[in-house]
Design a protein. Structure first.
Ligand SMILES: *Cc1c(COP(=O)(O)O)cnc(C)c1O
Length: 418
C-alpha cells in the first residue's frame, strides 16, 4: 500500500487529481504511477545485486500492458513469460529474445515451434515436453523446471511448488532429466523452481535455493554439467492491508545469497511479478447506488469481478478509499459490490468509510498485479481503460473497450437470420 497525497479532499496519484482523471477518462479506470513502477523495479534489482549477481525476470502475467513493459525494458529488466501471447507482447515492447525466458505448463508443439522461430529460451516443464522439443530443435537454449517440494502462497490456489502440483519435473527425476537432455543433444543452461505467490518469509526463499543448489551440485558432480543460472522464481508478497509490513527485500536477498556462497553458481535469477507492479496501480470506480438492507449497507459501483477478480476468486483484501472524500472521517460500515449478477461479486467487505453518495469515486488500491490481466467480459461488459501518470501528466495507454468490440469475433450462421 502506497501513501497517496491529497489536495483538499481529493486524492492524487502521480501528481494528478483523481477527480480530473475520472472526468477525462471515465470509469472503471486503472491508473498506474510510472515512478512507482520504476522505484519497485530498482528496489528489487538493487537489493539482490548488492549481495549476488542477479537477473530480474519480471513475471509479466501480473500485468502485460505494453507501456508498462516499455518502462521495465528501459529499466533493464528481463522477462518471465508463460504464453506465446506474452512473448509477443514483450518482443513488441522492445525486449530481445534472450531477455525472455518462457516457462509454460501444457505446452503445445505449435507454441514451441513459434518459440524456436523467435529464439526464445524455453524452461522445460516435463520430460515429455523435452522430448517433443528435441524433435523440433535439439540445439535450442533450455533450462529445466523442478518441482522443489517447497510451497508458499497467499491462497491454496496459488501454491505451485508442493509435491503433486502440476508444475515442473519431480525432484527425484530431475537429475535423470538433465542426463536425458544432454543425450538428446541439448546444452541445458539453468535450473528453475517457483514455490508460489505472495510470501515474504525469507526462509522459504532460502529453502528453495538450498534445494536448487543441491541439484546444481549433483548435476555438476554426476553429469559434468556446469549450469549458468539458478532461478528461484517469484512470489515476493506485498502488504495489501494497512497493518501489514513491506517484505524485507534485503533479508530475503541475504538469506538466498547465503545459500549460494561457495556453490559455484554464477547467476541468480528471480521472477517477481506482484512485487513490481501491484502497488503502482489503482482502480477508480463510480458509485452507482447506495443501498441499505436490514443487515448491511452496500456501496454499488461500476466495477465488479469482471474488472478485479481477486476478492471474489481468492478472498483477497484490497484497501479502498473514497477518492473525493479522502481525509474525511469514516462514519459507516459498508460492503463495496459490483454490477454483476452474482452474489459473490464484491470488491471489499465491512469497511469504514465517510458517508458515501451516488457519484462518488471509490479508489481500490494495489490492483497492478493480476488486476487487468485477469479481467474478463463476464456479463457482456467491456473491459476498462488504463492510464499511465507521470509527474503531473496523464496518458491513455489502453482504450476502453466498447460494446461493438464484444461482438467482433462472433458469427451468426446465416440459417439463423435475421
Ligand atoms: C506467476 C509466476 C511468477 C510470479 O509470481 P509473483 O507472485 O507475481 O511474483 C514467477 N514465476 C513463475 C513461473 C510464475 O508462474
Amino acid at each position: 500500500m502506497r501513501d497517496f497525497q491529497r489536495r483538499k479532499d481529493n486524492m492524487l496519484i502521480g501528481g494528478v487529481s483523481i477527480a480530473k482523471l475520472v472526468g477525462r477518462f471515465g470509469t472503471p479506470l486503472m491508473v498506474t504511477d510510472e515512478n512507482a513502477l520504476r522505484e519497485n523495479y530498482r528496489a528489487v534489482h538493487n537489493a539482490f545485486n548488492a549481495v549476488f549477481p542477479t537477473r530480474v525476470n519480471y513475471a509479466c502475467k501480473a500485468n502485460s500492458n505494453l507501456s508498462l513493459l516499455r518502462v521495465l525494458e528501459q529499466e533493464g529488466s528481463c522477462i518471465d513469460a508463460v504464453s506465446i501471447g506474452e512473448v509477443e507482447a514483450c518482443l513488441k515492447a522492445g525486449f530481445s529474445a534472450e531477455r525472455i525466458l518462457y516457462t509454460g505448463v501444457s505446452v503445445s508443439d505449435d507454441e514451441m515451434r513459434q518459440l524456436v522461430e523467435r529464439k526464445v529460451p524455453i524452461n522445460i516443464d516435463s520430460i515429455g515436453q523435452l522430448r517433443r522439443l528435441a524433435a523440433l530443435d535439439n540445439g535450442h537454449p533450455i533450462s529445466l523446471r523442478v518441482n522443489p517440494d517447497v510451497g508458499s502462497g497467499h491462497s491454496q490456489k496459488v501454491v505451485t511448488g508442493t509435491k503433486g502440483a502440476k508444475f515442473g519435473i519431480p525432484k527425484d527425476e530431475i537429475v535423470a532429466a538433465f542426463a536425458e537432455a544432454v543425450k538428446l543433444g541439448f546444452s541445458p543452461k539453468g535450473l528453475h523452481a517457483h514455490t508460489g505467490s505472495g510470501g515474504s518469509d525469507p526462509t522459504v526463499f532460502g529453502r528453495v535455493t538450498e534445494v536448487l543448489v543441491g541439484i546444481f551440485e549433483r548435476v555438476r558432480g554426476e553429469l559434468g554439467i556446469d549450469l549458468e543460472f539458478l532461478d528461484i522464481g517469484g512470489g515476493i508478497g506485498i502488504p495489501y492491508r494497512p497493518e501489514e509490513l513491506r517484505a524485507d527485500l534485503e533479508a530475503i536477498a541475504s538469506e538466498v545469497a547465503s545459500k549460494l556462497q561457495g556453490s559455484g553458481v554464477r547467476t541468480l535469477v528471480i521472477e517477481p511479478g506482484r512485487y513490481i507492479v501491484a502497488d503502482t496501480t489503482v482502480l477508480l470506480t463510480r458509485v452507482n447506488d447506495v443501498k441499505s438492507t436490514p443487515v448491511k449497507e452496500y456501496v454499488l459501483v461500476d466495477a465488479g469481478f469482471n474488472t478485479l477478480i481477486r476478492p471474489a476468486f481468492y478472498d483477497s483484501y484490497h484497501h479502498v478509499a473514497v477518492a473525493n472524500k479522502f481525509g474525511q472521517q469514516a462514519q459507516l460500515k459498508y460492503d463495496v459490490a459490483g454490477p454483476l449478477c452474482e452474489t459473490g461479486d464484491y470488491l471489499a467487505k465491512e469497511r469504514y468509510l465517510p458517508k458515501v453518495e451516488v457519484g462518488d469515486t471509490i479508489c481500490v488500491y494495489d490492483v497492478g498485479a493480476y488486476g487487468f490481466s485477469m479481467s474478463s467480459n463476464y456479463n457482456t461488459r467491456p473491459r476498462c481503460a488504463e492510464v499511465l501518470v507521470n509527474e503531473g501528466k496523464a496518458f491513455l495507454i489502453r482504450e476502453r473497450e466498447d460494446i461493438k468490440d464484444l461482438f467482433r469475433h462472433q458469427k451468426i450462421p446465416s440459417r439463423l437470420g435475421p
